[in-house]
Design a protein around this ligand. Structure first.
Ligand SMILES: [Zn+2]
Length: 173
């Protein structure tokens, strides 16, 4: 473990114990319960609390002998996209979605048009597009939950070309 991370962990522990409200250090989402000690104690970061989902994930990965390295915790990553857009503003998420997910979804849409079973394609889509919340076939559209609302990506065929429309639906304030 690098010295930087060790120091960051001590700092994190102090802040958690002082009752500072912060996102889960492992996944970076706003999933911590207000009472620190009702959250899960990390199996890998001494004395650090993580959210219940991460506690379960740690137990699973341990079981598979494949723990998530501390370097990969949200708390210790900088400027890197998370696999989940729930804490990411829609505008930001849309960039990743357009650059990485849309080409994959277009391919999936074309396979669906060619007659491949949607259920199988849905599993592929969820696997290849981390952060994808839901996908439907009629009409063919993908939904992402983002920090400030939802993003809907719609696909349709027009003279052999695939048309893609993206809408960012912001939460009513
Ligand atoms: Zn977490």
């Amino acid at each position: 473990m690098s010295k930087n991370i060790q120091e960051a962990l001590l700092d994190l522990k102090a802040r958690q114990e002082a009752g500072e409200k912060m996102p889960c250090p492992r996944c970076g989402r706003d999933t911590m319960k207000p009472d620190l000690y009702t959250n899960a104690l990390s199996r890998h970061a001494d004395g650090i609390y993580v959210c219940d989902d991460c506690g379960t994930a740690e137990a699973m990965l341990d079981f598979m002998r494949n723990p998530l390295p501390l370097e990969c915790w949200a708390q210790f990553r900088e400027g890197e996209a998370t696999a989940d857009f729930k804490a990411v503003p829609g505008e930001e998420a849309l960039k990743t979605i357009k650059a990485e997910h849309v080409p994959r979804l277009i391919r999936i849409f074309q396979q669906w048009k060619a007659g491949t079973d949607f259920k199988a394609l849905r599993i592929t889509a969820m696997k290849e597009c981390p952060g994808l919340t839901q996908i439907w076939e009629e009409p063919f559209q993908a939904l992402y939950t983002v920090a400030d609302g939802e993003i809907v990506i719609r696909f349709r065929e027009n003279n052999d070309a695939v048309e893609v429309a993206a809408d960012h639906l912001t939460k009513a304030k």
